[in-house]
Design a protein around this ligand. Structure first.
Ligand code: 4AD
Ligand code: MG
Length: 430
């Protein structure tokens, strides 16, 4: 008899199979036990009928606690009432290791309790749906860039300097020196873009954010494309095309999971080109007209983004932020240097920023002055300035935060469930 994964069960209708997994739930009525067996690929009902098994097997199934690891032998039969279309008539049942009383029961638990048991919570249907959608997004992201002429070049995690401001750096000892966990691969991407034209990196990034919000993690995954000979308009076009493509993939491949999450898919189906493009100045006006206390020249707060995105039925691109509030590498708008060529893409339905990027300063002297004005050590950026000395070209790119994207696509209220083991301001457990 074959050992079969539950997602492959359809190919075994009428045949005998061995399933290996965990007892997710159980219901009994007289001569019958209905076992929910989960093996990671799916969950299937296995029916133990007293008349079909030895009394030892019937007793073992009766006494087996939730989350024990088990091996079930039986015959696959079609069943229209089953969510996956099949169930198993059990002929044999063996407990591999009996579980202790399981702390997560079908009753409602608070989120704090579930987060304490995150290592076990991952076994639930809801977490399966979220993490499967995350995996599909990762694959769709890679496919998009791989299929569009971008080369994957990994950037370092241990770095000697800041990319996104010095206030959120995680510092560590590096032998006799200091190093920081990367906040963004961008600066290195600019070097590899000058080597390969179009590149992307995709990995974990770290920010010591003193923000306890539904949008912030200390460790999050970011995909960052960077393109040589690219201006802000082309950068917006790529970001738009890319987002449309990855959302479409989830709609294509993850309907079942979206249903588990009770996600209304209409707003995802509306993610089509073109996305509206709004100058920062006009976004501020819209926010003020809506009655928020947004002040001209400031960065958007989470609440401002929520209000703004609810004005549109699809992602919104805000461009040309005040130079004063943006990173040192941003190129200024030549017509209005108080604004820079930065752009953010805000996800609809109140989610807010999921992409940040823009056109980079390409002039070595302007860049040197900006490094100085931001109080950054010029020495640490000597190699970065070199990129402007040897064949500098207009170039642009962006970074998409994976967890915020997963939260939006799944319709979750908080990023904490979008990654298996979230690192948060007040919590690095388990
Ligand atoms: O806007 P940010 O800071 O942009 C950059 O890091 C650029 N260097 C990227 C580039 O141009 N290559 O961050 C990009 C995205 C944000 O839009 C957001 O989605 C995500 O990264 N992000 C976070 N996600 C979760 N928790 C945090 N603390 C995040 N900080 C940024
Ligand atoms: Mg940003």
């Amino acid at each position: 008899m074959d050992i079969v994964r539950i997602d492959q069960i359809a190919g075994h209708e009428g045949g005998g199979v061995i399933l290996r997994g965990w007892l997710a739930g159980k219901r009994s009525s007289g001569k019958l036990h209905f076992l929910q067996i989960r093996d990671g690929s799916g969950t299937i009902q296995c029916v133990v009928f007293k008349g079909n098994v030895t009394s030892e097997v019937f007793e073992a199934a009766d006494h087996c606690p939730q989350e024990s690891s088990v091996e079930v032998t039986g015959t696959v039969k079609a069943d229209t009432r089953s969510a996956i279309g099949f169930e198993v008539d059990v002929t044999g049942f063996q407990v591999i290791r009996e579980a202790e009383p399981y702390p997560i029961t079908p009753k409602e638990h608070g989120t704090a309790y579930l987060m304490e048991h995150r290592h076990l919570w991952l076994r639930s249907r809801r977490q399966h749906a979220i993490l499967r959608i995350r995996a599909t997004l990762v694959k769709a992201i890679r496919d998009y860039f791989d299929d569009n002429g971008f080369l994957l070049v990994d950037t370092p995690i241990l770095t000697p300097s800041a990319c996104e401001g010095t206030t959120t750096l995680f510092e560590l000892g590096y032998f006799d020196d200091k190093a920081y966990l990367t906040q963004s691969g961008q600066l290195y991407n600019e070097a590899t873009a000058a080597a390969f034209g179009k590149v992307y990196c995709f990995g974990p990034t770290f920010r010591a954010e003193k923000s306890k919000t539904r949008r912030h993690l200390m460790e999050f995954w970011m995909v960052e494309p960077e393109m040589a000979f690219c201006d802000i308009d082309e950068n917006m076009r790529v970001a738009e095309d890319f987002l449309v493509s990855i959302v479409a993939r989830v709609l294509e491949e993850r309907q079942v999971e979206l249903e588990v999450l009770e996600r209304d898919t209409a707003p995802l189906e509306a993610v089509q080109k073109p996305f509206p493009r709004v100058h920062y100045r006009d976004a501020v006006k819209k926010l003020q007209a809506a009655g928020t206390d947004m002040s001209d020249g400031a960065d958007f707060g989470g609440e401002d983004e929520t209000v703004l995105t609810k004005m549109y039925d699809r992602p919104l691109i805000v461009h040309r932020f005040p130079t004063a509030i943006k990173a040192f590498y941003m190129k200024k708008d030549s017509e209005e240097p108080e604004y820079c060529l930065g752009m953010d893409v805000l996800a609809p339905e109140g989610y807010g920023e999921i992409i940040g990027g823009g056109e980079r300063e390409e002039d070595p002297e302007v860049l040197r002055a900006a490094i100085k004005a931001h109080g950054l050590p010029e020495d640490a950026f000597k190699w970065y300035l070199d990129l402007r000395r040897f064949g500098s070209v207009p170039h642009a790119g962006f970074g998409l935060g994976l967890e915020r994207t997963v939260a939006w696509v799944c319709g979750l209220p908080h990023v904490r469930e979008t990654i298996a083991f979230p690192r948060m301001l007040d919590k690095i457990w388990p």
